[in-house]
Design a binder for this molecule. Structure first.
Ligand code: DC
Length: 226
């Protein structure tokens, strides 16, 4: 790893507040924001466009080696634009049809290796904040500051449901519950780089905290000397 600039790493399950907090911290601290979940989602979308079954590991690995993903974060509007092979897919990757399959493709060892390479390359030479499931454990285990955000499942389901509603993506709350339960299990029990709390990551339970309160906690930790 040739990373010399400080990296902030955040992990946690779906709906724990990672993206919201990472975006706010990126804006406040002028950091390059990398949403690694969006990258796995872009790969799942590419597979869908090509008609590849998410269980077809060989074909998924093949396309993961030849994928062009770009992330552009505009701090002023807090908007992340995701480009897949040059096309803006920011909205498409959030659809339930992608969410449903993304954990399945994220289980594949070679896919993860490819994504980790891309993520390190994206962060190279930058002051960056990355969020995902394996940032504190695999991608940047020596990050300047590491966080694990968590929240009760009911709260995470509620947040995700409201978020999708806000994006005008029609979905039933029962479907969101099913999705979060499935992904919690798949992401934390997979063989390669499962979601887990790194021993040296700062743990924040966001269940009863406002966004501002979490941002404040994270900022305080970043400002503390390591
Ligand atoms: O953060 P998200 O919900 O958009 O991520 C979508 C999926 O991608 C998540 O269920 C598991 C996978 N993922 C992963 O395996 N490793 C990461 N670093 C980020 C996401």
């Amino acid at each position: 790893m040739t990373q010399l600039k400080p990296i902030i790493a955040i992990d946690g399950p779906a709906g724990s507040g990672k993206s919201t907090i990472a975006k706010r911290i990126a804006k406040k601290c002028d950091l390059f924001y990398i949403d690694t979940g969006a990258m796995y989602r872009a790969l799942a979308l590419k597979a869908k466009h090509l008609g590849i079954d998410p269980e077809n590991n060989v074909a998924i690995v093949k396309i993961s080696k030849n994928i062009n993903i770009e992330l552009k974060y505009e701090a002023a509007s807090s908007k992340l634009t995701v480009f897949l092979d040059g096309k803006d897919v920011s909205e498409e990757i959030r659809k339930p049809s992608i969410t449903e399959h993304v954990s399945t493709i994220a289980k594949i060892k070679e896919v993860r290796e490819q994504m980790v390479l891309l993520q390190r390359k994206m962060a190279e030479g930058k002051n960056a904040i990355l969020e995902g499931r394996d940032i504190t454990t695999v991608v940047f285990p020596d990050a300047y500051k590491k966080f694990y955000l968590d929240a009760d499942p009911e709260e995470r389901i509620k947040r995700r449901f409201l978020e999708l509603k806000d994006k005008k993506i029609a979905v039933d709350e029962a479907i969101v519950q099913k999705d979060i339960t499935f992904r919690d299990k798949t992401d934390s029990t997979r063989e390669h780089a499962p979601l887990k709390r790194a021993q040296d990551a700062i743990y924040i339970d966001t269940t009863h905290l406002s966004i501002d309160e979490v941002v404040c906690r994270v900022l305080k930790e970043i400002q503390k000397k390591p």
